[in-house]
Design a protein. Structure first.
Length: 432
């Protein structure tokens, strides 16, 4: 972790505005951003990413003068809805691309390993600051980059936004999957303990993955929302007046996410059966796609009574999703995993409280009784009981919804990046 970044006093002054905020990191050399998300490159050599990733990269460029972007790249025409980075003047001016093979299996990763290592080695050599991640399949960028950073003595940052390698309670696990999870946990912990700065999306990840207390670390929750996504206080109050009116006899809930066992979809369907048996009136809309889609459709057809399940398919992230969220009393998140789910802040932005399982990632961004209500993980009866309570306490849901909107104002996507930048810039200056 040895490095030397020595910005001049003039550079330091240039990178601060009158409010003490930084505009650029105090280094003129390239910043290497090694990610596992895929980009596309068309026949003319132009690079494309999806809308959310474009939004995130645009924030990176606000405080990085030169960026080396290393990620898997599909050498094919982009799918519909992708954004061409080369059409943006900021990207054309600031970004250098390192196109890695888009791997489909661990066997292919082994075959392509020399090429990947060579490209990473060259990119690390060009950069002064290196950022990577430990969540990636089949080989996480951090596994290969960490030893290179140690040898080449670069300033090193890892951001942990996912822990998909970890096992979820209640999900059937194969022996190979268990071995892979344990191996990944050990290797990821080693990588993080070798960083100069580690940023986590939730406290549990920091507590369990970072055992080297000398490493500077922080917890900064992940969010996609922007200020212009936030519903106004006035509109939120008006909507809630309608949603808690005296003639409301039905709890209006939405589930939004992947229809997978780890997301708690099986728990949700079992809870719906319990509520239907107890004659509790609930309208449950399910938004998303995944391997449990057929099971959800079957449940929507079989559960006919006080509970009504509607399948909404999918909607793109953006105004259509936010407008949809406004219609409900709460979003229900029965997750079994440690993931810090960004949909929480999407819900908050529309003054929507959360009925959340006590999974680690949710416990970190939901305040029980303030912005949502907790129930035990992988417990359909507890979820059903929580839904019953919610129907009988709509006024409290309204209070939680208004509290949630205030929380959303404090953690937009831009604010998330501002916090990361402030932390990184302070460390770089302290190293001078």
């Amino acid at each position: 972790m040895a490095h030397s970044i020595l910005p001049s006093d003039d550079t330091k002054r240039k990178n601060q505005d009158s409010h003490g905020n930084f505009s650029l990191l105090p280094t003129s050399k390239p910043y290497l951003l090694a990610l596992c998300a895929h980009s596309y490159r068309d026949s003319q050599g132009r690079h494309y990413v999806d809308l959310l990733w474009y939004k995130d990269l645009a924030e990176h460029l606000k405080y990085r003068e030169q960026l080396i972007l290393a990620c898997p790249c599909r050498q094919e025409e982009p799918v519909e809805g992708m954004i061409c980075l080369d059409d943006d003047p900021e990207f054309a001016k600031k970004v250098q691309y390192v196109d890695l093979p888009a791997l489909k299996s661990f066997a292919e990763a082994l075959l392509k390993l020399p090429e990947i290592i060579g490209k990473y080695w060259q990119a690390v050599g060009q950069a002064e600051i290196v950022e990577s991640c430990v969540a990636g399949w089949p080989i996480a960028p951090g596994w290969l980059i960490t030893p290179m950073v140690l040898v080449r003595r670069k300033f090193y940052l890892i951001v942990v936004e996912s822990s998909f390698w970890r096992l979820s309670p209640g999900v059937k696990i194969s022996l190979i999957r268990r071995i892979r999870a344990n191996f990944s946990e050990l290797l990821n912990r080693w990588c993080l303990n070798k960083t100069d700065l580690a940023i986590f999306a939730q406290e549990e990840w920091r507590r369990t993955l970072l055992t080297n207390k000398k490493v500077k670390s922080a917890v900064i929750h992940c969010s996609w929302i922007s200020q212009d996504n936030l519903i106004s206080q006035k509109d939120a109050q008006a909507l809630w007046q309608t949603k808690v009116s005296a003639n409301i006899q039905e709890l209006n809930l939405i589930f939004a996410g992947r229809l997978e066992e780890a997301k708690g979809i099986r728990v949700l369907l079992k809870a719906a059966e319990i509520l239907n048996t107890k004659n509790v009136h609930v309208k449950l809309d399910i938004l998303g796609d995944g391997s449990f889609l057929a099971e959800c459709i079957e449940a929507s057809q079989c559960i006919q009574g006080s509970v009504k399940i509607n399948m909404l398919g999918t909607v793109p992230y953006g105004p259509q999703l936010f407008d949809l969220l406004r219609e409900y009393h709460a979003i229900v998140l029965p997750s079994l995993t440690d993931e810090q789910m960004r949909i929480v802040y999407d819900a908050y932005s529309q003054s929507l409280p959360v009925l959340a399982s006590k999974a680690n990632g949710l416990r970190d961004c939901v305040q029980d009784g303030e912005t949502g209500v907790f129930y035990d993980v992988n417990n359909p009866a507890a979820l059903a009981e929580t839904c019953t309570w919610a129907l009988n306490n709509l006024n409290q849901l309204q209070e939680m919804g208004m509290n949630s909107l205030q929380v959303a104002k404090e953690l937009t996507h831009q604010e998330m990046h501002r916090q990361r930048f402030k932390l990184l810039a302070e460390m770089l200056q302290s190293a001078s």
